[in-house]
Design a binder for this molecule. Sequence first.
Ligand code: HEM
Length: 157
Amino acid sequence: MSKHDYSPGGRVAVWLYGIAIGLALFSGFGQMPLYNRYYLTSVPGLGWSGNFIALSELHYFAAALFMGLVAWRLALDTRAGGTWSWGPRSWWGWSLIALLVLSGGAKALRNAGVFLPPLALMLLDFVHLGSAMAFMFSGLVSLFRPRKKQYLRGGLA
Ligand code: HEM
């Protein structure tokens, strides 16, 4: 039995969580726009990665999948503390997710036509990009750091 067998959704949930974050990072950085500038669009099969609308639609899909999985985990945790082999291990991880969802949600409202003062927009961009970078590096570090036993038993740390 691996640690994933104790975690709700097993390996499927682990893969979906990884795919959601991977797509969010790829589509997010692509919207900056980076991929034309660094010739990623000239790689065969990646010509579309210079299309802002396609990247934005992909980002919204990734964001919805990501928020859906996180909401599912939180809901199960309120029931009786799950055993989790994926997702945040500490308040640092949960804080970054909260910043990503709140700043991302506000940016989505802006895209939907809600007026936000320029200073607020600039702050939102910094918070969203900053928490995305911190989330990416924390995730990379945690890939190489094994989960302590209590995280596999005790649910939300
Ligand atoms: C793992 C989660 C996420 C990562 C790594 C991520 C990363 C990024 C990055 C790097 C950008 C481009 C920089 C910027 O414009 O600030 C971006 C833009 C954006 N993100 Fe996210 N994001 C994530 C989750 C979300 C969520 C949950 C939402 C919505 C609730 C969201 C909504 C947006 C929006 C609306 C934009 C701006 C696109 C535009 O310019 O129209 N993101 N994201």
